[in-house]
Design a protein around this ligand. Structure first.
Ligand SMILES: [Mg+2]
Length: 240
């Protein structure tokens, strides 16, 4: 037995390919984990998007870096929390346009900036309408975005800026990040910080799991979602 009671996890790159459906193998792994632990998904996307990507799996979800929270009841997604705020679109348009010039990402397909109903903003380097295959090929290791992260983050210094998705930056209000959201959830559910184990794939500077590790929660670094089961067996989280 180990000390963990709550297994929290990222979705894209941890349990699935980016923006792709949860495959049967990792759905089965989640069912095995659920026999031993409480589970919560901590994602960058909205709860409903995450839930659909997981084929409507029965799991609590923290969405949009903590702006949303949901649970599943009788097969329905129940939204328990949904924060929203408005942003100054002129500021985002002009800042993104300057950043595109400074960084050389001047051409894009679709829109230059994406505004979500929550207030979260996405800066998609190759545009909102770029094909998924182009997005997946653009920056698989995150190097291109890491190279300009400081510039982008400082242009949006009043916000939190994350290397998100496949080819974009997520920009959200300062109080939202996966660590704060997870601690709030754990407190509400009666779990101590040391009873949480987090599974993620993006702990680098600017990565959207970075704060969870910096905050001192035990983390498992997932390098390949296809071999997550073997990794969790090696780490003693589940049995072989
Ligand atoms: Mg990820």
């Amino acid at each position: 037995m180990n000390k963990y009671k709550l297994v929290a996890m990222d979705l894209d790159g941890t349990l699935t390919q980016h923006k792709s459906k949860l495959e049967p193998k990792n759905a089965e792994l989640l069912r095995r984990l659920a026999l031993k632990y409480d589970l919560v998904m901590v994602g960058a996307g909205s709860c409903s998007r995450i839930w659909e990507q997981m084929n409507r799996f029965d799991i609590d979800i923290i969405g949009n870096y903590g702006m949303q929270r949901s649970h599943v009841q009788n097969g329905d997604l129940i939204i328990d929390k949904s924060d929203c705020y408005t942003v100054d679109k002129d500021f985002f348009e002009s800042t993104v346009s300057q950043l595109r010039q400074q960084t050389g990402y001047a051409s894009y397909t679709g829109d230059s900036v994406e505004y979500h109903p929550s207030g979260a903003v996405t800066f998609p380097l190759i545009g909102t309408k770029a094909a998924l295959k182009d997005k997946l090929l653009f920056d698989p290791s995150g190097e291109k975005r890491s190279a300009i992260y400081d510039k982008v983050a400082s242009a949006f210094k009043d916000f939190n800026c994350f290397i998100g998705g496949t080819s974009s930056f997520d920009i959200v209000a300062k109080k939202y990040d996966k660590y704060s959201a997870l601690i709030e959830y754990a407190k509400d559910k009666g779990f101590k910080k040391e009873e949480i184990l987090f599974l993620g794939d993006d702990f680098k500077k600017g990565g959207n799991d970075e704060q969870v590790m910096q905050g001192g929660i035990d983390c498992v670094i997932v390098k390949d979602y296809n071999t997550l089961d073997a990794l969790l067996i090696r780490r003693g989280i589940i049995e072989a």
